[in-house]
Design a protein around this ligand. Structure first.
Ligand SMILES: Cc1ncc(COP(=O)(O)O)c(C=O)c1O
Length: 400
């Protein structure tokens, strides 16, 4: 057999898809699967959405790339769209979530130096995920992901998630802090939803200490939680917001949005990207944002998310193998009392694609925002049945 030519970075399920349509993926043997993961919160508009296909084809036939040495009107147009949606002032475009967070980290460091702080530090959270580059891996709160890549970067101070007192204590003792970088909901960390006033408390602490509040909305953004950005469930405005994933519906694009002083920190030469904000990427980003806004898909995510949560509560709530069923919009978790890593394989056999996170205990669902009620009910019924059978089987196994 020929040697596997790919580096061993992913533990993949044995299936290859050749076509997608809406919430469905079709494998090379003609089997169909309901995609309850959207390529990890990427394909919010589902697969082969006509607006995205049209934008790619049309723009690819006209102009793909010029470099950022020249004006890119589509980039300015997408930046305006995003600043209007978010209340931010300015945008830097890149190609991924990690790069968007790299930009945020560099903004915070430059902001700190401008204040005369030689070794600026950023508060980051336990169980967070910010990317795989060395800076974003250093910011990430997952030892398993970091192991073997030391030395990690200095300049990060870690606090438990959803613990405002811990942040206050850092504020009292560390004069080098210049910013907080935090996910409004932990994604890879297991869909942990903080207290309703968490972001507002963080905003107040940032204001009191002249720190930047930087939100990593790479997973929560673009309508996923029922608002365009998750902080829009609150009344606060952050200084920096990062996004990627759902912004391109599968076409690589990332963005770092900033407001006020954070928006003017970079000057020519401070930062850049060869590919970031190409005419093609921005044409796709415009098609995606316009579709989300014009088709009220944020509201749809909120109502469909409630229907799905209610469905799971009805069928699985109160059973002794379920620890918690939680979610916001279409970011949904079923936390099991026991490890459920095999559920991703079993669900695939039943024709549903999902992901297990949170140390193997959390079934994570990130369905497309365009999922119909019928598809959602099929997903809830199939998975509830599967989880019940799985839990019964697990409990009947002998324990040592
Ligand atoms: C919250 C968050 N930030 C950053 C990233 C990294 O994004 P990318 O893989 O596009 O670099 C992810 C990816 O899962 C994420 O969930």
């Amino acid at each position: 057999m020929a040697q596997q030519p790919l580096m061993n970075t992913y533990k993949r399920l044995s299936v290859s898809f050749e076509r997608g349509e809406g919430c469905w993926l079709f494998d090379t043997d003609g089997n169909k699967y309901l995609d309850a993961l959207s390529g990890i919160a990427v394909c919010g508009l589902g697969h082969a959405h006509p607006a995205v296909t049209h934008a790619i084809c049309e723009q690819a036939g006209q102009l793909v790339h010029t470099s950022n040495l020249y004006n890119i009107p589509l980039q300015e147009e997408l930046a305006s769209r995003l600043t209007n949606i978010s209340g931010m002032d300015k945008v830097f475009f890149c190609n991924s979530g990690a790069e968007a967070n790299e930009a945020a980290i560099k903004i915070a460091r430059k902001f700190g130096h401008a204040k005369g702080i030689d070794k600026p530090s950023i508060i980051v959270m336990e169980s967070s995920f910010h990317g795989r580059t060395v800076a974003t891996l250093s910011a990430t709160g997952n030892r398993a992901a970091q192991a073997g890549f030391e030395p990690l970067l200095n300049g990060f101070v870690r606090a438990p998630y959803d613990d405002v007192e811990a942040i206050r204590s850092i504020a009292a003792n560390n004069k080098d802090v210049v910013a907080i970088l935090v996910e409004p909901i932990l994604g890879e960390g297991g869909v942990e939803i903080p207290a309703d006033d968490y972001l507002a408390e963080l905003r107040a602490i940032c204001d009191d200490n002249d720190w930047l509040l930087m939100l990593d909305e790479v997973q929560t953004g673009n309508g996923r939680t029922g608002r365009y950005f998750a902080y829009q469930h609150t009344y606060i405005i952050p200084d920096v917001v990062t996004t990627a994933k759902g912004l391109g519906n599968g076409f690589p694009i990332g963005a770092c949005l900033a407001k006020g002083r954070a928006a003017t920190t970079f000057q020519p030469g401070s930062h850049g990207s060869t590919f970031g904000g190409s005419p093609l990427a921005c044409a796709v980003g415009l098609a995606v944002t316009d579709t989300i806004m014009n088709e009220n898909l944020c509201e749809r995510a909120a109502t469909l998310g409630k229907r799905i949560l209610d469905g799971f509560q009805e069928q699985l709530g109160g059973t002794n193998y379920i620890k918690e069923i939680r979610g916001k919009g279409l970011m949904i978790a079923i936390e099991l009392n026991e490890a459920g890593s095999e559920l991703a394989i079993l669900a695939k056999v039943k024709g549903i694609l999902l992901n297990i996170t949170g140390g193997g205990h959390v079934v994570r669902l990130l369905p497309p925002l365009v999922m119909t009620d019928t598809e959602a009910d099929l997903m809830v019924n199939t998975l509830s049945k599967l989880i019940k059978i799985y839990a019964a089987d697990e409990r009947s196994k002998p324990r040592n």
